[in-house]
Design a protein around this ligand. Structure first.
Ligand SMILES: NC(=O)c1ccc[n+]([C@@H]2O[C@H](COP(=O)([O-])OP(=O)(O)OC[C@H]3O[C@@H](n4cnc5c(N)ncnc54)[C@H](O)[C@@H]3O)[C@@H](O)[C@H]2O)c1
Ligand SMILES: N[C@H](CO)Cc1c[nH]c[nH+]1
Ligand SMILES: [Zn+2]
Length: 439
């Protein structure tokens, strides 16, 4: 079967541009009513029936039929055996990626993940105490591809933060376990792991079942069902962000070989039919050249069906007036991944405000960030990079304010507080402050 990848060709000078651009961007899990209804039903059912519901949905959606939840737990020995059974090259790559991801997150913790305090001149102490979460659930996607890298990206920052109980869930369609995923769980020090996925796995972690421990927060990427379920359980548990179908935006000045850029667009399109790949460039001939490379390279891609659908339904090659306009458009899109494929990336970087991760220069393919550069690959999608950040150590920590008022401090603060408390009509507050003031 022949596949055609035909991303929309748009130009910012067309009268129709705003309309066509909005149509391309429009998609969000919560606007898809069918998915929403199904997810709501699954969550309610798991809340009511617990393990029995999880077993039913695992049979239905993942084709994995087992008689008890115990059969869905991966033992520590199984994880270790998977690691030991890997070919040397894979074992070393996994360990090398884990090392880089760990170093990056340790630096992140040092920079903004430690407790701090200071004292006023009167001895009053003020500060912030940072503590790790007790128990987290990490979602590792597994429907259309296996993601050992996502195991590292979730579990390592959780470890660096000091979380004591890391529960991993990962669907294994038809019961096929990916050895690299199991090995990554071993390398990253996951505490318990279950082969369940989708909305039912999110529900089990959020509500708890007889077998699956209830967690404090659920992190990790997933498809539209997972993203919708996480949004719905937020409040009962914490969530990191909405990390849905993958996205890449390439901002090109035309200096990068067009086949490199075509493959970068494929790299995210191959995740999911709902993934989005966009190229912005002020040079129409370059856009033509990239389209020619897309046509040339597509037939050799094993996942050409997914790539063709993703690029045709959601992809776009957009001609801009200049690079400045391309940067402004990129900020409106707020993509998960933004490649600045330019001879002079540092000229454009200051103009870029909204993106999950920014990749500078032609040699920084987004795929290096997916696996081993060091920064986290769990990133906000669907424009949520306007207000969300990459998954990080901070997602596995919380902060408590620390206040210790000295006797001298209480004399001054007591007066201020009492005046404001009387103003609010709250006598108890005012008098509690005044009682500590010496007469
Ligand atoms: N943003 C990020 O950081 C990031 C990282 C890695 C992957 N991703 C994205 O994660 C997603 C992974 O998706 P996936 O599908 O491969 O794996 P997944 O684990 O997210 O989803 C598989 C599960 O979806 C559920 N499901 C599938 N069809 C269903 C249906 N019709 N009804 C109810 N439930 C259904 C099943 O329970 C199945 O176990 C992709 O979109 C990929 O782009 C994002
Ligand atoms: N690009 C994905 C995040 O959107 C992460 C990933 C894992 N493996 C390959 N890619
Ligand atoms: Zn990827």
């Amino acid at each position: 079967m022949e596949f055609v990848a035909a991303p929309a060709r748009l130009s910012t000078t067309d009268a129709q541009f705003e309309h066509d651009f909005a149509q391309r961007l429009h998609w969000s899990a919560d606007t898809d009513a069918a998915i929403e209804q199904r997810v709501a039903d699954i969550l309610a059912d798991v809340q009511k029936r617990g393990d029995a519901a999880v077993l039913d949905y695992t049979a239905r959606f993942d084709g994995l039929q087992v008689s008890s939840m115990a059969a869905l737990e991966l033992s520590k020995q199984e994880l270790k055996a998977a690691f030991e059974g890997l070919p040397t090259e894979q074992r070393e790559a996994l360990e090398s990626a884990a090392r880089r991801v760990r170093s990056y997150h340790e630096a992140q913790k040092k920079a903004n993940g430690e407790s701090w305090s200071y004292r006023d001149e009167d001895g009053t102490l003020l500060g912030q105490k940072v503590t790790p979460l007790d128990r987290v659930g990490i979602y590792v996607p597994g429907g259309k591809a296996a993601y050992p890298s996502s195991v590292l990206m979730n579990a390592i920052p959780a470890h660096v933060a000091g979380v004591e109980d890391i529960i991993m869930v990962v669907p294994t369609p038809q019961g096929v376990k990916n050895p690299l995923v199991l090995a990554a769980a071993y390398v990253a020090g996951v505490h318990r792991a279950f082969t369940i996925g989708g909305a039912q796995a999110v529900a089990a972690l959020a509500y708890g079942t007889a077998t699956i421990p209830k967690v404090d927060k659920i992190t990790g990427p997933g498809n539209a069902y997972v993203a919708s379920a996480k949004k719905r359980v937020f409040g009962l548990v914490g969530i990191d962000m909405i990390a849905g179908p993958s996205e890449i935006l390439v901002l090109a000045d035309g200096s990068t070989p067009p086949d490199w850029v075509a493959m970068d667009l494929f790299s995210q399109a191959e995740h999911d039919e709902l993934a989005q790949s966009i190229l912005l460039c002020p040079d129409a001939a370059y856009l033509d050249a990239v389209q020619r490379e897309i046509d040339r390279l597509l037939p050799e891609m094993p996942r050409k069906a997914i790539i063709a659908k993703s690029l045709s339904d959601r992809g776009a090659l957009i001609l801009t007036r200049d690079m400045e306009e391309a940067c402004a458009l990129s900020n409106r899109i707020a993509p998960e991944h933004l490649e600045v494929s330019s001879r002079d990336p540092h000229r454009w970087e200051p103009l870029l405000k909204h993106a999950g991760a920014i990749f500078l220069g032609a040699y920084t393919s987004e795929s290096l960030g997916d696996y081993c550069a060091g920064p986290n690959h769990v990133l906000p999608t669907s424009g949520t990079a306007r207000f969300s950040s990459p998954l990080g150590v901070y997602d596995f920590q919380k902060r408590s304010s620390l206040i210790e008022v000295s006797e001298a401090g209480a004399q001054v603060l007591g007066k201020t507080a009492a005046v404001l408390a009387y103003g609010e009509g709250l006598q108890g507050h005012a008098r509690a402050a005044e009682m500590r003031i010496k007469r």
